[in-house]
Design a protein around this ligand. Structure first.
Ligand code: LMR
Length: 314
């Protein structure tokens, strides 16, 4: 199994690479790419951790050498927001980065499973889909926007509130920005009032901003994001190795009648999404949150599509 991290020297990339070095199955290869010259050093540093995972660092302007033979590509590349910014404010910085990296993925490892962490995820995934379509290699089963941090946060807030719950399952649907993040706390056995559900939804929607503000200009979530990306990557690995019934959540194409891309539960298989799962029942408070955010989600999707089509035409 070969896993590639594009943006490996950054705030998410480094802890993610550390976790992967420690937790990928024995015999895996881990390729770290980042234009920052220190990337080879990050790989050397990690190579001193005893595990049967081979790690190599790649730098320069072209990630092709890192991508050769990749099974899974994780992309945290790009810049993070500062206090006062929305994820959408990162669009103009990160869109070009994603276009370039995904073009290389499409050319070098067209069958790889690609998970995009770079914000705004709601627009970056449509950009990637357009790029891969233009290259003639787009397979919606293989492209994901990472939303497992929203799931992890929902589980974590649930554990904080309920001492008797050990492993809460909280599906999170919609997208990965502000109001588009809709956690379904009604799936937890505990009964919540409408008021409590509204407060919990808002808490998860604002969790990324809570970290950005607490870090006071030094970036956004890196450690919990690295954990969430590891968790998702290990699910992809297990599915690729033939394990059945791997349930995950991610932002993917298909499965929702009113949005081309939507985050939702799914079963994974060796080729990526094997089956989109139903997430009903949905409480009326949650349904109102989904209905209310759809115009925003669709506008963010369209922004990505329009950008990619304009650039690809030139
Ligand atoms: C998060 O949810 O923490 C990330 O999307 C980073 C951010 O800017 O909020």
């Amino acid at each position: 199994m070969k896993v590639v991290v594009l943006g490996a020297a950054g705030g998410i990339g480094q802890p993610l690479s550390l976790l992967l070095k420690m937790q990928l199955p024995a015999g895996s290869e881990l390729a770290l790419y980042d234009p920052a010259p220190m990337t080879r050093g990050v790989a050397v540093d990690l190579s001193h951790i005893p595990s049967r995972v081979q790690v190599a660092g790649f730098t320069g302007r072209d990630p092709s050498a890192a991508l050769a033979g990749a099974d899974i590509v994780l992309i945290p590349a790009g810049i993070a927001r500062k206090p006062g910014m929305e994820r959408s404010d990162l669009f103009k910085f990160n869109a070009g980065i994603i276009m370039d990296l995904v073009q290389h993925c499409g050319r070098v490892c067209p069958k790889a499973l690609i998970a995009i962490i770079t914000n705004p995820v709601n627009s970056m995934v449509p950009i990637a889909a357009e790029v891969l379509t233009q290259l003639g290699v787009y397979d919606p089963r293989r492209l994901f926007g990472l939303t497992s941090l929203d799931v992890a946060r929902s589980e974590s807030f649930c554990l904080d509130m309920n001492r008797e719950v050990d492993a809460p399952v909280v599906p999170v649907v919609g997208g990965h920005s502000g109001l588009t993040i809709v956690p379904l706390f009604s799936h937890v056995a505990e009964h919540y009032t409408d008021e409590q559900l509204r407060a919990l939804i808002a808490r998860v929607q604002q969790a990324g901003t809570e970290v950005v503000e607490a870090k006071a200009g030094a970036g956004s979530a890196t450690l919990a994001m690295a954990y969430a990306a590891l968790r998702f990557c290990l699910s992809l690995v297990r599915a690729k190795q033939g394990e059945a019934d791997i349930r995950e959540y991610a932002y993917i194409e298909g499965g929702h009648p009113q949005a081309r891309f939507f985050s939702q539960p799914m079963l994974l298989g060796p080729d990526g999404v094997a089956q989109v799962l139903d997430y009903s029942p949905v409480h009326s408070v949650e349904q109102a949150a989904i209905d209310g955010m759809l115009p925003t989600l669709n506008q963010e999707i369209q922004q990505g599509i329009d950008y990619a089509r304009n650039v690809l035409q030139d």
